[in-house]
Design a protein around this ligand. Structure first.
Ligand code: ADP
Length: 156
């Protein structure tokens, strides 16, 4: 019976899109490429408590990199290290995914890879031009597992 539940759960899981479980760009804590890691910023990073922090340039939908909270551990706030220098030094991979991808496809990709955060993009049509990809949020393995666990609870 438990197996049946897991199987039926997996079927529902298949219908849900990344768009529905992602964290919207407006709610993402990020740093600007040209900002400096002064005391105030480092304190804010610690206070927010996220393990990964996207970096954007000028506009929030222009994602240029990703920092891990441990990248900040050896920083001296008095050095006022530019975000850009840290980003280039660690050079963590960024992965992207379509907002229309199903969460079970995304789960499989996360399972195969090392990066458990993806930038979610939408395909936006433009008059007289090719459609563009626009970043609209982030999704992590945690967002997907949370969805799966919720469904199992509703199933009981
Ligand atoms: P963390 O390890 O930082 O807690 P998780 O991968 O466990 O991150 O995700 C927990 C929730 O926080 C998810 O909903 C995820 O989308 C969101 N999240 C992760 N990083 C950030 C960030 N930098 N800003 C805002 N939300 C984030």
């Amino acid at each position: 019976d438990k197996e049946k539940k897991i199987i039926s759960g997996a079927l529902d899981f298949n219908d849900i899109k990344v768009r529905e479980v992602m964290t919207k760009l407006d709610d993402v804590f990020m740093l600007e490429l040209h900002s400096c890691l002064n005391f105030e910023t480092i304190a804010k990073i610690a206070q927010e408590g996220y393990s990964r922090i996207p970096v954007y340039e000028e506009t929030r939908d222009n994602i240029v990199g990703l920092l891990h909270v441990k990248d900040f551990t050896l920083l001296d706030p008095d050095d006022n290290m530019p975000v850009e220098a840290l980003l280039k030094f660690y050079n963590h991979a960024r992965i992207f995914c379509d907002a229309e991808e199903t969460i079970d496809e995304r789960f499989e990709e996360f399972r195969k890879g090392e990066t458990h955060l993806a930038f979610v993009y939408d395909i936006v049509d433009q008059p007289d031009k090719d459609p563009i990809k626009k970043c609209i949020g982030i999704v992590t393995l945690e967002d997907i597992i949370e969805e799966l666990v919720q469904m199992e609870i509703y199933d009981e």
